[in-house]
Design a protein around this ligand. Structure first.
Ligand code: ADP
Length: 239
């Protein structure tokens, strides 16, 4: 589904990515790890059109995404979250989901009178477990609830590939568990790439892991394989 070939990103002479190849199959739940500055966010930015690579190709479902506008990439079915959840605080949970869902709709369908919530919004609400908070203003949500709302907003856009940047950062143990279950459920019918540092979380929920280091893929494999790799221990685990 996703095939990155020789992705290079130079920021004023600084090589943030130095030739990254990455292949992710449909339906995979792939974790992306690596020390600070490894290039994880830059890689997500390249896939979503926020950063144009200096060279390389990003194949998604038969399209090359390089050079396409962000909104075009969203329309092709790629959605992302950011490290800090971006929600509209003055709107309710339901309104946030409804708004997100409308971003992918053609104008004519927005002009038609719609009754109640759409199927996509309903599904996003139930998947994220936010039904009881539907009428609550997003501004009063806890940190964890905001993250789930942002994931729900992505789901409401019906993406095929979801890119999540550190979804459990700052969460309590209980919130992490709930997020792990949520991601596992989403990965049943989506392709998901998650940037995450938390090793305990990885051990519980990750199957395939890609390790980035200094703008390159250091290694890939199962959590156990990756953890046992001495190079990974050296650069990432600091042992
Ligand atoms: P990670 O997400 O793995 O922590 P990043 O992708 O954020 O790493 O950053 C990779 C490297 O690129 C870092 O050294 C960072 O300072 C640098 N970098 C990221 N964005 C920019 C930018 N817009 N301009 C210059 N350097 C950048």
């Amino acid at each position: 589904m996703l095939e990155l070939r020789d992705i290079q990103v130079d920021f004023d002479g600084f090589k943030a990515l130095g030739g990254v190849d990455l292949t992710v199959a449909e339906g995979e739940l792939r974790f992306l790890i690596g020390p600070n500055g490894a290039g994880k966010t830059t890689l997500i930015d390249v896939i979503t059109g926020l950063t144009r690579p200096t060279s390389g190709t990003v194949g998604f479902d038969g399209h090359d995404l390089v050079g396409r506008k962000e909104h075009h990439i969203v329309r092709l079915g790629v959605g992302r979250t950011f490290q800090t959840a971006v929600v509209f605080e003055e709107l309710t949970v339901l309104e946030n989901l409804d708004l997100a869902a409308s971003f992918r709709k053609p104008l004519w369908s927005l002009m038609r009178q719609r009754k109640g919530v759409t199927e996509a919004v309903e599904e996003a609400l139930s998947r994220t477990g936010l039904e009881e908070l539907a009428e609550r203003s997003a501004g009063v949500l806890s940190h964890g609830q905001r993250q789930w709302l942002e994931i729900g907003m992505l789901l409401a856009q019906r993406p095929r590939l979801l890119l999540l940047d550190e979804p459990v950062a700052g969460m309590s143990r209980e919130e992490r568990e709930r997020t792990g279950e949520l991601l596992t459920g989403i990965a049943r019918d989506h392709t998901v790439i998650v940037v995450e540092h938390d090793m305990e979380f990885l051990r519980r929920y990750a199957s395939q892991v890609t390790v980035l280091h200094e703008g390159k893929v250091l290694t890939e494999g199962s959590v156990d394989q990756v953890r046992a790799d001495p190079r990974v221990q050296e650069v990432y685990l600091g042992r």
